[in-house]
Design a protein around this ligand. Sequence first.
Ligand SMILES: Cc1cc2nc3c(=O)[nH]c(=O)nc-3n(C[C@H](O)[C@H](O)[C@H](O)COP(=O)(O)OP(=O)(O)OC[C@H]3O[C@@H](n4cnc5c(N)ncnc54)[C@H](O)[C@@H]3O)c2cc1C
Length: 432
Amino acid sequence: MALQEKNYWLTTTEFPTTDPSQPLPEAVDVAIVGAGFTGLSAARTCAKRGARVAVLDSQTVGWGASSRNGGMVLTGMKLGVDKLIKMYGRERTKRMYEASLASIDCVEQIVNEEKIDCSFSRCGHLEVACKQKHFDGYARQAEVIDRDFDHKLRVVPRHELSSEIGSAIYYGGMVDEVSAGCNPAAYVAGLGRAAIKAGASIFEHTRVDSIQRSNREGVTGWSFATSRGPLWAHDVFIATSGYTSSTTPELQKKLIPIGSFIITTEVLPAPLARELSPRNRMIYDSKNYLYYYRLTPDRRMLFGGRAAFFPENDQTIRRSAELLRRGMIQVYPQLRDARIEYVWGGTLDFAFDIMPHAGQLDGMYYSVGYAGHGVAMATYQGQKIAEMMAGDNPDNPFVGIPFPGAPFGLYNGKPWFLPFAGAWYKVLDWVS
Ligand SMILES: Cc1cc2nc3c(=O)[nH]c(=O)nc-3n(C[C@H](O)[C@H](O)[C@H](O)COP(=O)(O)OP(=O)(O)OC[C@H]3O[C@@H](n4cnc5c(N)ncnc54)[C@H](O)[C@@H]3O)c2cc1C
């Protein structure tokens, strides 16, 4: 099969269908912008509590990062615990870490309750060290996480690493058995069906152009101008992640959209697949400019990374296919002759402090900033923020933390500095 510039997961998934001729309702309790994990999880929760919910997406269910990712349902956050403790103190970091564990339970519970057929499995993740000093840091990290957060990680020395991975280039690894894997497109499609079943309406191909404060019959809420006409909502939830646009300029200024790209090989013979990943882990390495990889349920190697820093377009996707293939062969020389069948890209959302942020901004609810760690956290935040909208007071350690913008306000949402950021990360990997 020739290389297809296409998301492999989409070839495995049927998405819910929505009615393109259905007009928007005049008014709803909650309007949610974005039909990915965040928006659909929120829609399901709000609708189950009896709210009238409209989910609006300029494309289709799961079109954003939610169908394009590696399907790694990971514990922890993008930043390491030492850094988090320095930023937020031990107590809040403990709550954040607990939330990251709860977010995986949350995905598992939804998958079970809604009977979503998405190959969810608690296969664990493996982080591999690209340098001796990265490996030396693992023991300390595991000790802090065990002592302060009561969660066990297993450090794997280099001489035992072949039981975890069929690659000789790493200095050791660290395993977390609690993490999971899934087919993300099948998961987001199932989440869409679950939101509809709970009573939410999803409007695809409905771009939100502007959102303004407005009164309706004496009640304060929001007026929407959309490509399908106007809508009024009592509350609004922005769930647009890396695709956040000038529709919400204050949020856009706080997020950096960064491209991430993935290739998948042809289906591999079972013995070779077992040799590459004997325990079928979700794997990523210790660099800033990292590679992440796993076997798909049908035994392809799925290999991703930030091959280009710019968001996906024809050029960055094509270039990424060759760069990622070279990276994959460095890790796994056994795959030198494996055919690459699919390549695609998607956009990550990085906040300037590389943290997830949720809560209210200018009166609008939002949850963003997952930094490539969003399958579980987006699902969880969608649910938690929906509970907050319903008037509950759920513990959410990501609400209320400082949400910094660019230093000196030097960013208007157009990431002119990305080539420099890319080069900077490469330098950091070289020196650290
Ligand atoms: C290539 C890649 C690999 C990744 N791998 C992993 C991984 O293995 N594990 C992990 O945990 N995370 C991973 N992530 C991150 C994860 O996919 C995201 O954090 C998560 O999907 C974010 O979900 P979301 O619902 O917030 O946003 P999205 O799924 O991106 O959805 C946002 C939606 O908003 C819509 N939208 C934007 N603006 C408007 C508007 N004005 N009007 C209407 N609709 C609008 C878009 O059309 C889009 O559908 C990866 C991301 C990428 C790109």
